[in-house]
Design a binder for this molecule. Sequence first.
Ligand code: 2RA
Length: 412
Amino acid sequence: MPNFFGNPKMAEWRFVAAFFGSDSETRSGNRIGADNFAITNEVELLVPNGDVDLSASTLHRLRAALQFAPVKKEYHIAVVGATGAVGAEFFRVLERRNFPVASMRALASGKSAGKKVQFRNHSTAVEELRETSFDKIDIAFFSAGGEISRKFVPIARKAGPIVIDNSSVFRMDADIPLVIPEINGRDVKQHTGLIANPNCTTAIALMAIYPLHRAFGVRRVFAASYQAVSGSGQRAINELNEQVAAAAEDRPASAEATARGQPRPRVYPHPIAFNVLPHVDVFLESGYTKEEMKMQTEGAKIMHLPRFLASVTCVRVPVYRAHSVAVSAEFEKKVSVEQAREVLAKAPGLELVDEPQKNRYPMPLNVAGKDNCEVGRVRLDCALENGLAFWVAGDQLLKGAALNAVQIAELL
Ligand code: 2RA
């Protein structure tokens, strides 16, 4: 039985128990009998936020309810985009977090059909994504790009499962919750069968911006991202590998020779090895890219802060995994480095790594493969009033994608 009451790092634990009669079943036919599910009310525990004042007798009743409701519901899961960089992480995250999986369906394009993916010591064959792929599925995780989501998410919703979509297609739709569980987990309640997972750079930056906002009231941010190639998928990882190998073979002595000796770029418009590209996603008329505007638009929606402003430059760097973001943030209230560090150290899903004198600060090599994001280099911003400058890094395949999506599913 998880400890619902004593985890100080969780901003919000939600426990939902409902009554199912002996004839009840989920839409996918996953039957739940009255013998293994108890009668209780829907209860929200917001203890660490202090939003709910629980009396001793209420607490006693809740504990009693938990004891006679050892629900072991298991979900039939589909992962769309199973062979991609994020897809591979879904299997690992679901396994590592012991998500209650009754069955796993790995879906991808026809090209990948027949390939194998590993889940809990089982080898599962990848199936071609079809309109009928969602029969008897409870939760479908989508991470196969915008076009696939645009076409297949509505089909999946009709077939029954709750969809958690990693593309940007539905994120800004007013009736679709866009969720980072540590920030607006409660928005999951509003879902009508589809929940959107935020942009990776936005998610990682907000893990530090939001707790500071709660303490000091954020007005606007200026930021620059340093985004790993795995954010563009497996082909970009291959492209960096090839370019690094070619450059190492030729031992080029100059920047021109490095560029000359490299295989023709296919994913990016320029070589990514030994280079940085101030170009992530497509350019808009304003001169910003789509990726750059997501921090403002998605940030405002997730934080429920319509006046939030963010001016961002997104940069692709020759790093395999984990995005970093340099942020300067301006606040309503006066800030101090000590207070900010205290707030950040307590924030769920975030670790403060801030001992610059000992060369300790967040770096992609240290956060790759890690669930928590890291924040450091916290200092007063010398150009803003009530401003803080800091550096946040996180694994964009995890907190920026698969982990966040599975955390959303855990709230359902
Ligand atoms: C990237 N925003 O280019 C993408 C990943 N979701 O890194």
